[in-house]
Write a protein that binds this ligand. Structure first.
Ligand SMILES: [Zn+2]
Length: 329
């Protein structure tokens, strides 16, 4: 916004028009980034600014400037459907694609979100009556709900594992499919190491692109190993990452108070610990938290995932932890 100020103070009769165009271009940036287009918002804003200022200094006719602004506005309308404080993302599914940006609490923050497994690898499979519950589908639903929460507060969000047609789903039994891809559109290999490397590489490439910004990587699983026991939510970070540890602690704290509010009788036994042996924790460049939300094979845990409201609550609690982490950075 600071960059826009000189325009506000000029006596240029077209300053308002230019300001409006720049605001529109900026408003579309989040969506453009989320969709993985190559041009960054900064570049778009800069090139629009350059185009416009070149024209205004050239004794250009007002008609020409109008046509430029008109063109930009039309371009924006193909990606952003409504006003500057809302955006849309097809990946969220038809019912949830439209996102109202209520504030900019996370403006400037960049998040990489990856649900565990996907593509040819469904992860753990739980049994629920005649149904099979696949870990990757439940982890994905919580993750994409979290993506939407973050977008509502102005964050730039990259869904690293993406399903082109699932979106946010409100059913209890989520159908297993195999069409997830890795950002931007890479087929996921079956080999575990190759799959994890593909995910980590995608995150690290984007991390380089956003060098100056606050960036965090959140990966979500539903297959913790303590199967059969009374298990809870686990948060892992790299042993040498102080910020990663802080991130994990903030989300853990949010779960603690979330459970206290919603299920006062329940004892919450979630933990934060380092686990640098995990591939993505070891190899990702942004501070990373690896979350195990439970185990899809465990009857008690299944209840946590079968209801869409519960999946939303989990996403909300992760969101709250992330927001605390950003505001106390
Ligand atoms: Zn997993």
């Amino acid at each position: 916004m600071i960059k826009l100020l000189p325009y506000c103070s000029t006596r240029n009769p077209f300053s308002l028009l230019i300001l409006l165009t720049l605001l529109l271009v900026q408003g579309s940036s989040q969506l453009v980034v989320a969709k993985g287009k190559e041009k960054s918002s900064a570049l778009r804003a800069r090139s629009a600014k350059k185009r416009l200022s070149a024209k205004s200094t050239k004794r250009a006719s007002s008609a020409r400037i109008r046509s430029v602004s008109h063109k930009s506005a039309r371009k924006v309308s193909t990606t952003t459907k409504t006003a500057a404080n809302s955006t849309s993302l097809a990946l969220l599914g038809p019912k949830y694609a439209h996102v109202t940006v209520s504030d900019q609490k996370l403006g400037g923050a960049v998040y990489y979100l990856a649900s565990g497994h996907g593509g040819p690898d469904p992860g753990a499979i739980g049994r629920y009556g005649k149904y099979a519950l696949a870990e990757d589908e439940y982890a994905y639903d919580v993750t994409i709900r979290l993506a939407r929460n973050l977008m509502e507060h102005g964050a730039t969000v990259y869904m690293i594992v993406r399903d082109p047609n699932d979106g946010i789903r409100d059913e209890s039994v989520l159908k297993l499919d195999h069409d997830e891809v890795t950002y931007p559109n890479q087929a996921i290999p079956l080999n575990q190491t190759l799959r994890l490397r593909q995910c980590t590489d995608a995150v690290n490439r984007l991390h380089r692109k956003h060098k100056e910004r606050y960036q965090r990587f959140v990966t979500i699983h539903v297959d913790s190993r303590s199967e059969g026991q009374n298990i809870d939510v686990f948060f892992y970070h790299h042993e040498n990452s102080h910020v990663g540890k802080q991130l994990a602690k903030h989300i853990h704290k949010s779960f603690k108070s979330g459970y206290k509010r919603s299920q006062p009788g329940r004892s919450y036994l979630g933990t934060v610990s380092d686990r640098s042996s995990l591939y993505v924790v070891r190899n990702s460049h942004p501070p990373t938290v690896f979350i195990e939300l439970g185990n899809i094979r465990n009857d008690k845990d299944q209840r946590r995932f079968l209801l869409a409201d519960n999946r939303q609550a989990l996403a909300n609690w992760i969101y709250t932890g992330l927001q605390t982490d950003y505001t106390t950075r």
